[in-house]
Design a protein around this ligand. Structure first.
Ligand SMILES: [Zn+2]
Ligand SMILES: [Zn+2]
Length: 156
């Protein structure tokens, strides 16, 4: 990973750069934890906040984590996907389907809703495809005839 991409990623994690208490520089201590080099105040980035919260509240949902820590569900999902955050095997209610709110283990949707969504997209696509095909046939036959007639009259 190049430095720029790394910086971009760090930006998204909302790393504390300056101490909120004294304005000192926050020094990275590891696993999302930072400490002010002047007053020793401790702060966390999104990863640290989420990690700490899950430690204290095993099985918490992403919605709860967002409410209590301010870390967005999108960010939590990303950290899960990146393998930065780990959830316990029994924490089934950690994520919820964005459509039906059913508990899921990963991603944004439950398998049923994901399938339904794909079917909707496919139906829409099929509809568009059929319309285009129908229009194409109609236009093609008349257009072709006209074209042929035109050529026949003027070119030969
Ligand atoms: Zn400080
Ligand atoms: Zn669902």
């Amino acid at each position: 990973m190049d430095a720029l991409k790394m910086m971009d990623m760090m930006e998204q994690y909302h790393i504390p750069r300056v101490c909120t208490k004294c304005g000192g520089v926050m020094i990275f201590k590891g696993v999302g934890e930072y400490r002010c080099e002047d007053c020793r105040a401790v702060d966390y980035d999104d990863y640290g906040k989420a990690r700490l919260y899950i430690e204290k509240h095993p099985g918490a949902t992403a919605a709860l984590i967002e409410r209590d820590t301010g870390v967005t569900q999108k960010m939590i999902r990303r950290m899960l996907k990146d393998g930065r955050l780990e959830i316990k095997e029994d924490s089934r209610a950690f994520l919820r389907c964005e459509v039906c709110d059913k508990p899921i283990r990963s991603g944004q949707f439950c398998p049923e809703c994901e399938k339904k969504m794909h079917q909707q997209i496919e139906a829409k696509e099929r509809d568009r495809h059929n319309k285009a095909l129908g229009m194409g046939v109609g236009m093609g036959s008349t257009g072709d005839e006209g074209h042929r007639r035109f050529i026949g009259k003027d070119m030969f």
